[in-house]
Design a protein around this ligand. Structure first.
Ligand code: GLU
Length: 432
């Protein structure tokens, strides 16, 4: 089983979506189920409603999962496993106060050495533990041997016992730490491959140490995905709008285009424009670059335009708020100028909205408008144009400029002939 394990603590970031997509693709390739595990144990940071948002986004992108868990429902297992580790003397109770620990941390900083737990409580006698009524945490004893993480993208990295240290697995409030909850859950769900962001790479040896201490011997595969940077090469923060999946959708990027971009970026793909379904056929984690990927919104716009071009006209029509496929065809001819649905809606709405026409063309516009309202139906643009010329006496710029305002609501745009082809059944509405 594979898993996608988001925390409901903020908007879904493009990095999270990329992780979800890759997990989905690999689960399909391996015919293994995908688990959605909502990591909601950090109650202070949970934001109500975020879980529904995650579910809605996954559904919109066609990322299906077969199992759904809330990490908070597994607390009894986390506690049972912590007790087991204490019983086996692989973990110990630590009564060190936050103040003492902070002081050692400060001291390490001053000495410019890496902070390590000093082992103070590791060998307390049973009575010392039993008689102590102070709050305590549970620490896993640091492993006796180094731990090597084999990563499909990053290669091998080895962590010495001292780097792993005797770290906390249960906090004083008896809630598991992130590493402990995650390691236990992955073990209980029999996860075969973990794909996640590279910010978690330093957690991996700790999670392996926990699983080994619990006697779990399945070798889980790992793939830590390089971070996505902004075009300036900086970390994309929550303040970069484009890092939010919700923002991209609101701006009118199609889910298919966003998936295409997130699979393509920092990867070697056999082609540039593809669907998620196609990617399942050839996707290879080994082709993902080790180096950070850079998010280029212009490239995403290009891909979005390609996906918009490929849409069925009826579907495109619905996206811009109409039901008739002719409007979808009409929308397509504006794709040379725009790249998102939001921009496309502006173009289509301008056709049907009351028009603002510059004074110099106002008179001609009013004449053409009246004529169009009473004109018979013409199947082709040339006949319509001849009719207007004949009845208005306008020609050249004095005909075409106001006519363009009438048919498109703006001064520039696609060929009038093309616009007319798809708009001819709406002329009375457009001129009203
Ligand atoms: N909940 C973690 C996050 O959202 C994911 C941890 C994991 O995939 O192991 O970053």
């Amino acid at each position: 089983m594979l898993r996608f394990a988001p925390s409901p603590t903020g908007d879904m970031h493009i990095g999270n979506l990329r992780v979800a997509l890759f997990n989905y693709i690999m689960s399909k390739q391996r015919s293994e189920p995908l688990l959605l595990r909502i990591e909601d144990t950090d109650q202070e940071r949970n934001i109500p409603g975020k879980e529904d948002e995650i579910l809605a986004i996954l559904a919109l992108f066609g990322i299906e999962h077969q199992e759904h868990q809330f990490q908070s429902n597994n607390l009894r297992f986390h506690r049972a496993m912590a007790l087991q580790l204490l019983h086996d003397k692989k973990a110990f109770s630590c009564f060190c106060t936050p103040e003492t620990l902070e002081a050692s941390r400060e001291a390490a900083k001053e000495n410019k050495t890496a902070y390590r737990y000093d082992g103070q409580c590791e060998n307390l006698r049973a009575e010392e533990v039993i008689d102590n009524t102070n709050p305590f945490t549970v620490r896993l004893k640091k492993p006796s041997e180094s731990i090597t993480v084999k990563d499909i993208i990053k290669g091998e990295s080895t962590f010495a016992p001292n780097d792993i240290d005797s770290f906390i697995i249960m906090r004083a409030d008896k809630l598991p730490t992130y590493d402990f909850a995650c390691a236990v859950d992955d073990m209980l769900s029999d996860i075969s491959l973990i794909i996640r962001g590279e910010d978690h790479l330093s957690n991996t040896p700790k999670q392996i140490a926990i699983q080994r201490a619990l006697g779990y011997d399945r070798v889980i595969e790992y793939a830590h995905l390089p971070i996505i940077l902004s075009i300036e090469g900086k970390k994309m923060s929550k303040r970069d709008d484009a890092s939010s999946v919700k923002w991209l959708l609101e701006e009118g990027f199609l889910p298919d285009a966003i998936s295409n971009y997130l699979i393509w970026i920092g990867n070697k793909t056999p082609c540039e424009i593809f669907t998620l379904k196609e990617a399942i056929k050839w996707f290879d984690l080994q082709s993902i670059s080790k180096a950070p990927a850079q998010f280029d919104i212009d490239k995403l716009k290009f891909m979005n335009r390609e996906h918009l071009k490929g849409l069925d006209p009826k579907e495109l029509s619905r996206y811009v708020g109409f039901a008739d496929e002719e409007i979808g065809r009409l929308a397509k001819i504006f794709l040379d100028e725009v790249s998102t649905l939001k921009e496309l809606r502006v173009k289509i709405n301008a056709i049907f909205a009351p028009k603002i026409v510059p004074d110099e063309f106002k008179e001609g516009f009013d004449v053409l408008k009246k004529l169009t309202l009473v004109a018979p139906h013409f199947d082709d643009y040339d006949s319509y144009e001849s009719y207007l010329i004949e009845h208005s006496g306008l020609k050249g710029k004095n005909l075409f400029k106001p006519l363009r305002y009438l048919l498109s609501g703006s001064e520039h745009g696609p060929e009038l002939n093309d616009i007319y082809t798809y708009l001819k059944n709406y002329l009375k509405e457009v001129a009203k």
